[in-house]
Each structure stands twice: as C-alpha cells, then as structure tokens.
Design a protein. Sequence first.
Length: 278
Amino acid sequence: MRTGNARADAATFAANRARGAVRFGVHVQDGVTRRGSLHESGSLRVRFPSPEGEGLSAVFVNTAGGVAGGDRFDIDIAAGEGARLTLTTAAAEKIYRAAGPAAQLNIALKAEAGSHLSWLPQETILFDCARISRRIDIDLAEGASLLLCEIVVFGRSAMGEAMRHGEFVDRWRMRRGGRLVFAETIRLDGNIGEKLARSAVANGGVAIGTALIVPGDQAVVERIREAQDSFRGEVGISCWNGFAMARFCAQDAMRLRADMMTVLGRASAVPLPRLWLN
C-alpha cells in the first residue's frame, strides 16, 4: 500500500510541475531587426516592447510566478546575420524550496555573423533549500558580438532571509566560429551558507555575478578598470580568447546590481533595458 501511495504522490508531483519553452529567431528586413516565427508553450512567455532604434527588445515573463523543484524551462534564441536583439526578464526570477528534484533551466543562444545579442536578465534569487540546475550554451559566428550578464542572489538579505542549504549547478559553454573558447561548471550544494562565508569563496557575500563581453580585449578591460573606485563590491575583469569577462561578488544584491550596470555601461554602447532602470 505504501509503495502504491508513493507512486501516486510522485505522479501527482510530476503532473503539477511547471513547464515552459520559448523559441524564436530574428532577422534583418529593410534595415530593421524583425522577429520571425515564435514558439511558446507552458508558463513561459515573451513580449516585445516598442523597438528601440534598429534593434529589437524581448522580455520574458514566467506566468508560474517563480520556479519550484521539478520545474523545467527551455529558451532557444537565434539572431540572424546583422540582427540586433536585447533580451531581459520582467522581474527577478525566484527559485523556491525544493523537496524533490532540482528545477532545470536550459538556455541556448546563437548569433550569426555581424549580429549582436544582449542577454541581460534581472537577478535570479535562490530561497533556502532551493535546488536548480542551469545550462547556458552560446554559439557565436565569427564577427558576431555578445553582451551577457547573470546575477545570482543567495537569499533576500533585505528581507532578513538567508539561503543556508540547497543546490546550485551552473554549466556554461561558449563557442566562437565553432571552436570552444569558454567552458565552466559551478556547483554549490549542501551547506551553501557556510561555503559562501569562506574567504576563498565569497567571504560572506550573498550575491555573485558574471558578465561576458565579446569581442573583448585589453582596451575594454582598462576602460572598466577606470571605474574601480566607484565599485561597491568586489569586481575582477580580464580577457583571453578574444573575449572579456567580469566577475562580481557583493554583500547584497543592490550593490552588485549597481556594479554590474557600471560595467555593462562601459563595456558596450548598447543601452540597458528600460526595466533595469526602474
């Protein structure tokens, strides 16, 4: 009887998990970036605000109201030759406590020659005992450019909350001209709060971030370092393999967000999404 009940509970849990997928591409028509065919399913939606110049902006909306254990979301975006696309989220994404399987988020970004792709979502906030596995795959043609950032916050410190336990797995792969130029996998699990307190990890910081700038060279690095006196948290910047990367760590999300905005503003002439400025 217990086995039957366990199976029924597992089936009920699986049936109530959120699923969402968005897939679309953009192309240039009459000198302006236009959207092609769009596929949406489940609780994930994308909306296109009024165009800003020749580029196109897209905003993701998760109608599920957050991400819980066992949920799965897939995003697949392609920018055609010469297109310009900026992607963001309507709000910070919240990852809630998971008693069972981890939530999964899979992101695939592709940019053809001469195109520019900006992936600039707002923060991802992990609640205590949250579990998430995220995968980001980037495929850039030679001559394509990219501005990408991700911010992860371990607990809402402004609300007196902390993430003590859970699981965060983050796998990034970036190819340029078909060649793998960056690969990284981060795993934090178990007592995450204790690990973040270590000086060699986050030294008590609860917000971390990464920015990728392609192409990126020493000139970009020096331009960003000129603003180092204004940084409110820790920021490190370097370049190799034709791209630049900035790493961030701060005591709270507000400080890190301010530092990220400074770096992105100096890294590229592409304006930040209006939602970032509210």
